[in-house]
Design a protein around this ligand. Sequence first.
Ligand SMILES: *Cc1c(COP(=O)(O)O)cnc(C)c1O
Length: 510
Amino acid sequence: MTGPFPALPAKLHPLVSAFLDTPDAVAQTLTRFGSPAHLVFPQVFAENLTSLRDVLDRRTPRHRICYAHKVNQSRALVRTAEQAGITIDVASTHELASAAGAGFDPPRIEVTGPKGEAFLRDLIDHGATINVDNLWELRRIAELAGDLPVPVLLRVAGFAAGQVSRFGVPLTHTRQALDLLTEQCEHIEFLGFAFHLDSGDLGERVRAIDACLALVERAYDCGLAPSVLDIGGGFRQVFTADAEQFDNYVLALRESLLGRREPMSWGSNTFGYHISGSAVHGTPVFHKYANTVPASTMLADLLDAPLPGHGGRTVAQVTGDNLLELWLEPGKSLVDHAGITVASVQFVKQTSDGSVLVNLDLSRDSVTPADQEVMVDPIVLPRAVRQAASTGLDPALGRSESGPVGVYFAGQLCLERDLITNHKVWLPAPPRSGDLIVFPNTGAYHMDLSAASASMHPPPGKLAVTYGAGDFQVVRDIDYEPPVALDPPHSAIPHPGHRPTRPVRSVETH
Ligand SMILES: *Cc1c(COP(=O)(O)O)cnc(C)c1O
């Protein structure tokens, strides 16, 4: 929305835009499959994969992309990854079964994260590559190994000036790890070193790579021959369509927290800010929504970064010089813009403090973990045919039925905390019962991370949406089968689709 009202316009993939713009497409989907629903777009996933692959292909011939399954439980996306010929990173018995069921054979599966005894035993039987988290795991693998050596990566952590991580073997303990790997070389096939950083900081990744290269040398000195450098995931998403509007919203929110303008947060939420006197301090929980650098640029910048102590040679050149295969474990960057969540407005009401609540048939945990806050505006798809009797507006609102209104989206649970947005969202007009609300870009760590079945509400159904032969097809996620060659979405999209600049679009009937 432009004008005086703070707005957080979402960046949308043109394919998703085209789907939302197709008259009745979303409404018919919910009529057929039920509301609410999570929709995934395998063609967008395939396009994200292509752009990361292009960056790698241009710089390093030897690389491997392992899709980090944990970002989304979708079978359609796992099948798409399998069909595209990449590998997969799983972090539980269930993800392992999902990957195997989708056609990944053991050489194409890597297992990360903490693993208990039972999972380790399964993995050794299975034959997948184990990305080792700690020294106990490494010892246990040596003890449990059968006739064939177990393929292993060693995850390391504790790089200079980085955050402390609960995962990985601290650099200061790598001596013990190297001794074990050398002693146990009959039981363990040591592939190389790995790390994974949540940070978006280029320098931190370069330092981690530098530390791993030093470890590669030490490993050679011990008689080992590592051939892999696994740089993990952490390549970021771009949620916002307009960085300036995002900054203006955040500025307004900070002003409102200081009482200098109308309230913009539900209850006592401060989103991780600390308010002291006349100032707002700290980093908000939603800082990732401000990112404007696409994952492919982040990856290119990393591979092109000169490594200190290597005569100006870049990360890509030095790994190539050392005959190391570069592994990546992207999760959210592959699923960026490949998922949305759609819910229905049940009713609109006003609370005792005058706040307007738009109540949906969805709960907060279906779109975000409780401690986060989704900072992109939901999109309203008004119901095409309105019945006078079901405007859904509380007469106490006392407003005309048009005109901008700041609202909070509320969830369906009978719990005070079930607000879907704890920050105010401005809409050009109050929604009505039966309008559809689209939450953009929920594919990664939003729709599947913390969803529960509180109050016995089943989680939203999951559907896969593709475009081909002049139309959108929607099937249940578990029934989706990728075509042998996926159409790149850009050539397939009906109308390239304009970027929405306002959270409301109208859907016409025909
Ligand atoms: C979660 C995780 C990833 C994926 O991270 P993204 O930030 O989604 O790219 C990769 N590797 C490991 C070890 C992880 O735990």
